[in-house]
Design a protein around this ligand. Structure first.
Ligand code: PLP
Length: 393
């Protein structure tokens, strides 16, 4: 037998392993040091009370013959999809409940969507990039091309009319750069996709962090319904990283190569995925209730407050950055022309603060560094004080 030879083409992902190694080595040498982690991409606050109540009630239903649930519908229960459709309406976007499919998270859907597309398609990703888009397409043997996101374009790569792509991954607000596209910028991508007969795979996992007047969905853009699929997640919106629930939106009219894309994805899911559990779907619906929206905002505001604290310190230090306003991520330029890992070591050893070196997200990440706002408030304050002290010295 042979394994999938394309796995040999994956670049080993050293990033988080290398970070852990350096932190552990440092801590072993200096056990008394209190290291603060501002590199984490995971949430730290608990689920909202109304969400937990709904999940418990869902679990109770399973304990009783009359309310017991077996396999869920492949696309998710209608009441959850309707709640999500209403949520879109709340920010002025119309997608119907039967264009929404519930899943166990955006990572699975972003990684699995390639099943429905041919191997010969050219995939475009913006660099720096969330590694799932790249690795899942390497596994599938596709050719990947890169559009540069850099300081000059505010870390918002734009389409190049002279280059053809078939599948385009966009993530806005972006992980890792925190940059968020405007409606005009997204319109250019939508026009490019429609004129290239391409499909945009739009990852809106961080839409709940948008504070400014920016699109929360690709479907806020005219023309997107004929070229886009949107992936979203409750992970960062409502603290579901461990609970697992996301959703994918595919307009019913989206067709390529003579096929209806919704139908292809439904067929794929029906073959390889058996749905999200009843208690989790009950919890997900509660996120979109009036009370749920109020309660999740408390956590979102807490993280946004952390982001403001980090951003204010960088402003004070005169360090340029993107993100922080519409994103939990703050992407800063390493001071004095330092490389990403050089700055990582400096912060670790001199301020005992851990972040994520930008070089781990692609070539345009070199010289940049990601801090996150998912930490504890007091620790975030302490970390920025240490960073200020170090860099002002
Ligand atoms: N998309 C982006 C851009 C992310 O940063 C993440 C999580 O870090 C995900 C998707 C994964 O979301 P989920 O937890 O729903 O799988």
């Amino acid at each position: 037998m042979k394994i999938n030879q394309d796995f040999d083409k994956l670049v080993p992902n050293y990033l988080f392993a290398e970070i852990a190694k350096r932190v552990n080595e440092y801590q072993a040498s200096f056990p008394e040091k209190d290291i603060i982690r501002l590199g984490i991409g995971d949430v730290t606050l608990p689920l909202a009370p109304v969400v937990v109540e709904a999940m418990k009630k869902g679990a109770d239903d399973l304990a009783c013959k009359e309310t017991f649930k077996g396999y869920p519908d492949y696309e998710g229960y209608a009441f959850v999809r309707e709640a999500i459709s209403d949520y879109y309406k709340s920010f002025g976007v119309s997608v119907s409940a039967d264009e929404i499919l519930i899943s166990d998270g955006a990572k699975s859907d972003c990684g699995n969507i390639g099943d429905i597309f041919g191997k010969d398609n050219i995939v475009l990703v913006t660099d720096p990039v969330y590694p799932v888009y790249v690795d899942s397409n390497i596994m599938a043997g596709r050719k990947i091309i890169y559009a540069d996101s850099n300081k000059e374009n505010g870390f918002k790569a734009m389409p190049d009319e002279s280059v053809h792509a078939d599948i385009i991954y966009l993530c806005s607000p972006n992980n890792p750069t925190g940059a968020a596209y405007t409606a005009d910028e997204l319109k250019k991508w939508v026009e490019y996709a429609n004129s290239n007969d391409a499909v945009i795979l739009y990852d809106s996992a961080y839409e709940a962090f948008i504070s400014e007047d920016l699109p929360r969905s690709i479907f806020a853009i005219e023309g997107a319904r004929t070229c886009a699929i949107e992936f979203c997640s409750l992970s960062k919106t409502a603290g579901f990283t461990g609970t697992r629930c996301g959703y994918t939106v595919i307009p019913k009219e989206l067709e390529r190569d003579g096929h209806n894309i919704y139908k292809l994805w439904y067929r794929r899911q029906a073959t390889k995925f058996n749905g999200v559990s009843w208690p989790v779907q009950c919890a997900a619906a509660a996120v979109f209730s009036e009370e749920g929206q109020k309660q999740i905002k408390v956590n979102l505001e807490y993280y946004k407050g952390n982001a403001r604290i980090i951003s204010a310190a960088l402003d004070e230090l005169g360090i340029s950055y993107t993100g922080g306003k519409n994103s939990p991520y703050i992407w800063l330029e390493c001071p004095d022309g330092m490389g990403s890992w050089e700055f990582f070591d400096l912060l670790l050893t001199k301020a005992n603060v851990v972040g994520t070196p930008g070089a781990g997200f692609g070539k345009n990440g070199e010289g940049f560094f990601r801090l996150t706002s998912f930490g504890d408030r007091d620790k975030t304050i302490e970390a920025v004080e240490r960073i200020k002290k170090l860099l002002k010295a």
